[in-house]
Design a binder for this molecule. Structure first.
Ligand SMILES: *Cc1c(COP(=O)(O)O)cnc(C)c1O
Length: 634
């Protein structure tokens, strides 16, 4: 993982020396004139930055007449002769180069270079430029590496010289399209410089003669050219480079790898993130086919063809809300089993939509009890549907899904489950247990990205739900029509990139060995975590018999959450605050692309924290009191 910029690779003419990049232009124009062909300044400049022979051929491609190989050789011969006659006069060092190079060296950033000049030409440029104060640590030429721009080989040569392996720690700076393309093909950061560039193609005198508006207009064209080529940054002059480096370093720091030990979004695999790099449109047949594949895959994870998967744009709560509001008729009474925040959220949904409902509340640290459910259903015959959370992510508590479903079913009730954080990590036999519907999302145990939720429901139930929904966007029946009758068509804009990521996440799931593989890893993660923390005296609040292998709530004890959080973050771990009202706690999720070794490292980070905080506890307290006093004064 790239941490900070370690090298800058400059182009030569037009970037660091030869303001306006004039040395090669005359050679091309006169070379072509000598075979009887007039080319414009613009044509002469367009391929600038390429190896000069490649450049000569590129110009030939722009002509509307056939050029023979003999003619090309003749033009090139003239070009070389003219270039060599004046190249030393074009080794003036551009503005801010000397200070910028000094700045880079002071920062320990290596200074390399690539060029479109041959080694023979460089032999003339190097001493002159050095005389004028500019000498990068390394240079290479296309003839030394086999191929010039836009191929990345010259950049690779610089990397080899500096012992660097990560192109995201390198910036390529240039003044032509081929410079930007060279950087892009090497996957470095790319910077286009506007003033004194070949793209601007003006002498200092010509620049000075322009009005401010005229100059701005010309610069805008150059900026557009760099932008189109894919430049990461576009600067006027080299004095802006330190600020570009600071911006990139900030980005790299912000992107530094953290393991998210939270209940979602979670740490995802690179392949899942990379799957997002293609843009698709919602109604494209190929895209719809991918969507249909995802629907079928999800259905088959827990159910069969009597069920359908309805994907919904949004986070998990959107699916929970849609499931409750569409699959239950407003006047039919719902019984919610509640023992945590996600259960409460469902109550809020029912309240807001004015559903008839009742609730059975259990202790936050205790699983819902099938016997109590049976008693309730015995008492209240009006209840039509039973809804509960499988894994209550607030605590990590696992409700006994099979027993609860069987109880409800023995009374002939419809059963809807919030299986958000358990789907994919527990065996949920929808067919065998006769579950009517469940809701989950892409960004929990399927390890996809946030933005897509889904409901798996009996097709008969969905088809009977027509007209139930008071919400247009969250209408499960309508969405089902699009996705199934419409062959994979989302009604409204689909989060296309997120869907592609989900399709990849499902591939990864299969690759890991499906349910058995994923469940096995999560169990190993959970065991490593809880056993490790237990040795440090940190214990879960839920009884092991009712504890999930997804997320665990631990007693905070004497630890301070803020300093613990900050300490773990510096070690690359993000944990979650507790959500219990009664007890100070914190939570650790062990789902996502995390492995038992990560859990061991986390336990070690806890140990280090405990060691430090017992040593520094006193000073920390004093400091935080001081801080509090300061902020009050401020
Ligand atoms: C994550 C989660 C949800 C959905 O929460 P969102 O913030 O909408 O993603 C619902 N229920 C449970 C049990 C969850 O873990």
């Amino acid at each position: 993982m790239a941490t900070n910029i370690k090298a800058v690779i400059f182009d030569w003419a037009g970037t660091t020396v030869d303001y306006g990049c004039f040395a090669p232009v005359k050679g091309f124009i006169d070379g072509y004139k000598n075979i009887g062909i007039e080319i414009t300044n613009e044509m002469a400049r367009k391929p600038m930055g390429m190896l000069k022979m490649d450049h000569t051929r590129e110009i030939a491609k722009m002509l509307d007449q056939e050029i023979t190989e003999e003619q090309i050789q003749a033009v090139y011969k003239d070009f070389e002769r003219i270039l060599f006659s004046n190249i030393e006069n074009h080794c003036d060092v551009k503005d801010h180069i000397i200070e910028t190079v000094a700045y880079l060296k002071a920062q320990g950033i290596r200074v390399g270079s690539t060029t479109g000049y041959t080694s023979e030409m460089m032999a003339r440029v190097l001493p002159k430029a050095a005389e004028n104060g500019y000498a990068p640590e390394f240079w290479t030429s296309p003839d030394q590496v086999g191929k010039g721009r836009p191929a990345p080989y010259m950049i690779w040569e610089n990397m080899k010289e500096f012992g660097l392996t990560d192109p995201r720690e390198i910036i390529k700076v240039g003044d032509t399209v081929s410079d930007i393309l060279e950087g892009t093909s090497a996957n470095t950061w790319t910077v286009g410089v506007v003033m004194g560039s070949s793209e601007l193609g003006l002498t200092r005198k010509e620049v000075a003669a322009l009005s401010a508006d005229e100059l701005e207009a010309k610069k805008a064209v150059v900026r557009q050219t760099y932008y189109k080529a894919g430049a990461d940054f576009i600067i006027d002059g080299m004095d802006e480079l330190p600020s570009v480096i600071a911006q990139i370093n900030a980005k790299l720091k912000q992107n530094a790898a953290h393991l998210l030990l939270t209940p979602g979004p979670l740490t995802t695999r690179d392949s899942v993130k990379h799957a997002m790099l293609t843009d698709h449109c919602t109604w494209d047949d190929e895209y719809k086919e991918i969507t249909t594949g995802v629907l079928n895959d999800i259905t088959n994870l827990s159910a069969n063809d009597d069920y359908a998967t309805v994907l919904l744009q949004g986070s998990g709560s959107y699916a929970v809300e849609a499931m409750i509001n569409c699959l239950c008729k407003p006047e039919e009474k719902i019984l919610f089993l509640v023992n945590g925040e996600y259960g409460k959220r469902m109550l809020q949904i029912a309240k807001d939509s004015k559903h008839s409902f009742d609730v059975l509340t259990f202790d936050e640290q205790k699983a819902a009890c099938p016997k109590k459910l049976a008693e309730k259903l015995e008492q209240d015959k009006e209840i039509k549907t039973v809804v509960f959370v499988h894994c209550e992510t607030t605590t990590g508590l696992l409700n006994p899904i099979e027993a609860l479903v069987k109880t409800a079913k023995s009374f002939g009730k419809t059963v809807l489950v919030d299986a958000m954080s358990s789907f994919g990590a527990y065996d949920i036999d929808m067919v065998g247990w006769d579950i009517d519907a469940l809701a989950s999302s892409a960004n929990k145990c399927l390890e996809g990205l946030p933005g897509l939720a889904f409901i798996i429901a009996k097709k008969t139930l969905i088809e009977a739900s027509k007209g139930n929904s008071a919400s247009h966007s969250l209408d499960v029946y309508d969405q089902y029509q699009g996705l199934y009758a419409g062959g994979g068509k989302f009604r409204f804009t689909s989060p296309t990139n997120i869907l592609l990521a989900l399709a990849q996440a499902i591939e990864e799931y299969k690759k890991e060995g499906g349910l058995a593989g994923r469940m096995g890893r999560y169990m190993a993660n959970h065991r490593t975590l809880t056993e490790g923390l237990a040795k440090l005296g940190i214990n879960p609040i839920v009884d092991p018999s009712e504890q999930s292998h997804i997320i665990t709530t631990f007693e905070l004890g004497n630890m301070d959450f803020k300093t613990l959080y900050d300490h773990l973050k510096t070690k690359g771990f993000i944990i979650y605050p507790g959500k219990l009202t009664a007890l100070p706690t914190f939570r650790i999720g062990n789902i996502g692309n995390v492995f038992p070794e990560d859990m061991l490292n986390l336990v070690n980070a806890f140990e280090a924290y405990l060691g430090e905080s017992s040593a520094n506890g006193f000073m920390d307290k004093i400091e935080s009191q001081l801080e509090a006093t300061h902020s009050k004064i401020a």
